[in-house]
Structures are given as structure tokens and as C-alpha cells.
Design a protein around this ligand. Structure first.
Ligand code: ZN
Ligand code: ZN
Length: 69
């Protein structure tokens, strides 16, 4: 029984090793949010990176609100 699976399901088996994005279960997480520690894929990081922050959208949003009030 040889099964060459390149499906995303194989990632599930390695979940302990691979970091999976909190928002996108099928994507690999690259970083953790510096504020809340949530795992983020490149897309999830994109918003924060606009501001030079390694943070999730939530935390960036909170930070922006704080700095604007
Ligand atoms: Zn966060
Ligand atoms: Zn994501």
C-alpha cells in the first residue's frame, strides 16, 4: 500500500511539528503574534507588516486604536 499523498491532510499528522496558521488551518504559520502569540501565515502577517509589526490583525488593530485615541 503505497500512497503518495501531497494533500493537505498529511500536514495534520505533523501538526505537532509544523506550525499551522490559526486563521487558515491549511496554511503553514511563519510567525507568532508578538502580542497574543497566535500563529500567523504570510497572509495573516501582511496587515501588521504594513506597519512593520509582527502581529496579528487583531493586535495591530488594538494598537492602532490605542495610538489614535
Ligand atoms: Zn495578536
Ligand atoms: Zn493565516
Amino acid at each position: 500500500m503505497k500512497r503518495r499523498s501531497q494533500s493537505v491532510n498529511s500536514i495534520d499528522l505533523m501538526a505537532g511539528m509544523l506550525l499551522i496558521c490559526d486563521q487558515h488551518p491549511q496554511r503553514q504559520a511563519l510567525r507568532k503574534c508578538l502580542m497574543c502569540g497566535v500563529l500567523m501565515c504570510s497572509e495573516c502577517m501582511a496587515f501588521g507588516l504594513q506597519f512593520g509589526l509582527i502581529m496579528c490583525e487583531d493586535c495591530v488593530g488594538r494598537l492602532l486604536v490605542l495610538s489614535w485615541s
